[in-house]
Design a binder for this molecule. Structure first.
Ligand code: NIG
Ligand code: FE
Length: 403
């Protein structure tokens, strides 16, 4: 028996109309998949007597996808926040052994269970805003034991809540203290063997890195990408966040699914991204937290047709943001994305940034993952600040928030 969601405004995010909007629309769902979407007046005879569900005129969109997070970590960095407000920069704190490395110490000290328990309320905050797929990175272990522990904790989260979790191996995130001044040795002796071990254990869906003057050079990242390629795992990269290092160009040579942050990316980078189908992941939470002033080249992305995703970058340092709705609002206010671009950024283009062809738009054959919002127009989602109009969250054709 199918379920027919009726009396809905449906933002399919497919087709040529703005938002792919269907007023007085309906969706037929069966077997966890969307079977049919269209005008209520045109519901096929086949579904006429199936189980109806009245959306009460509310807005249905694809469920949200947070395609860039660091949800698993030990401790927090509130003290670093205080230091920054007293004038220290993110880069200075990192160079002095704080920043990412302070989270590494706390993550190494935490058990797998402690990491899972600490991450659950953060993930619940995403779920409360209609997220049904979340990407979670490692990168706060920087040794084999802790990197594997983080990836296992990420996988475990999917057993604790109705959500799809995908994982990125981010061993090339920072140079651990035991390899200070010897990034090459860290890449060869720890990062690459750990990637191979994690992949052999089925823990890695993507390989990521941090290409930056306080982290790894494009050459060092390339050594990791070569191994990812041998393993057949798609890559993505934190590139041009604080300076221009050539990471984006490297990522495009490896057919990266996404280049993330990209504040310092150039028009040339945008044209390379278009040619390699690489999504630009816009992370306004980090821009905001670090009081960055350099904006990503949004006009160039539009000019070359580079899809833009929007994500929280939820992490304890540069982006303690656990609200995709606020990320959408910030992307509009800081970078002049339109509300439609922001919504595409957390749905269709976020799916593309993760290589997930089964979600992100509401069309027949896709996963029946959608969000029902108590708003009358989709622009309201990016417009409101600190307000959550989610009414229902459906995953795999089941309402996970209905009692
Ligand atoms: O995406 N840029 C590098 N990595 C994270 C920051 C992580 C941290 O500060 O703990 C980011 O912003
Ligand atoms: Fe990040």
């Amino acid at each position: 028996m199918a379920t027919i969601i009726r009396n809905a405004t449906v933002a399919t995010l497919a087709g040529n109309q703005p938002y792919g909007l269907i007023k007085q629309g309906a969706i037929a769902v069966q077997g966890g998949k969307i079977q049919w979407v269209g005008k209520e007046s045109a519901i096929p005879e086949l579904y006429a007597n199936h189980h109806p569900c009245d959306a009460g005129g509310k807005l249905v969109t694809p469920a949200l996808i947070d395609c860039h997070t660091h949800l698993i970590f030990g401790g927090n960095r509130a003290q670093e926040f205080e230091q920054r407000l007293l004038g220290a920069s993110y880069e200075e704190i990192a160079r002095a052994g704080g920043g990412i490395l302070s989270t590494v110490t706390q993550t190494r000290a935490a058990s797998l269970d402690e990491l899972v328990s600490a991450a659950l309320p953060r993930m619940d905050a995403l779920i409360a805003e209609g997220v049904t797929t979340v990407e979670i990175k490692s990168g706060y272990g920087l040794d084999e034991h802790t990197e594997l522990k983080m990836l296992r904790a990420a996988r475990e989260l999917a057993n604790r809540r109705p959500i799809r979790v995908v994982t990125s191996f981010l061993g090339a995130h920072a140079i651990p203290p035991e390899f200070k001044g010897n990034a090459d040795a860290y890449i060869d002796r720890v990062c690459i063997p750990t990637l191979q071990r994690a992949a052999a254990n089925g823990l890695v869906d993507y390989v990521d890195g941090f290409c930056e003057n306080i982290a790894f050079s494009a050459n060092q990242i390339e050594r990791v990408f070569k191994v990812a390629q041998e393993l057949g795992i798609p890559v993505k990269l934190h590139s041009e966040q604080l300076s221009h290092q050539g990471g984006t160009a490297l990522a495009t040579r490896y057919g990266a699914l996404s280049a993330d942050h990209v504040e310092y990316a150039t028009e040339e980078d945008a044209s390379l991204m278009a040619a390699s189908n690489t999504v630009a992941v816009i992370l306004p939470g980090a821009f905001y937290t670090l009081t960055e002033t350099r904006e990503p080249p949004i006009e160039a992305f539009r000019k070359y047709g580079v899809p833009m995703a929007v994500a929280t970058d939820a992490n304890p340092g540069s982006s303690p943001l656990f609200s995709p709705l606020l990320a959408m609002n910030m992307a509009c206010t800081f970078f002049w994305l339109t509300p439609e671009e922001a919504l595409l950024g957390v749905t269709k283009h976020a799916a593309q940034a993760l290589g997930l062809a089964d979600s992100g738009v509401l069309t027949p054959g896709r996963r029946a993952d959608f969000a029902i919002w108590d708003v009358s127009h989709p622009a309201e989602l990016a417009y409101m600040i600190g307000f959550n109009p989610l009414s229902e969250r459906w995953i795999n054709g089941e309402c996970s928030s209905c009692s």
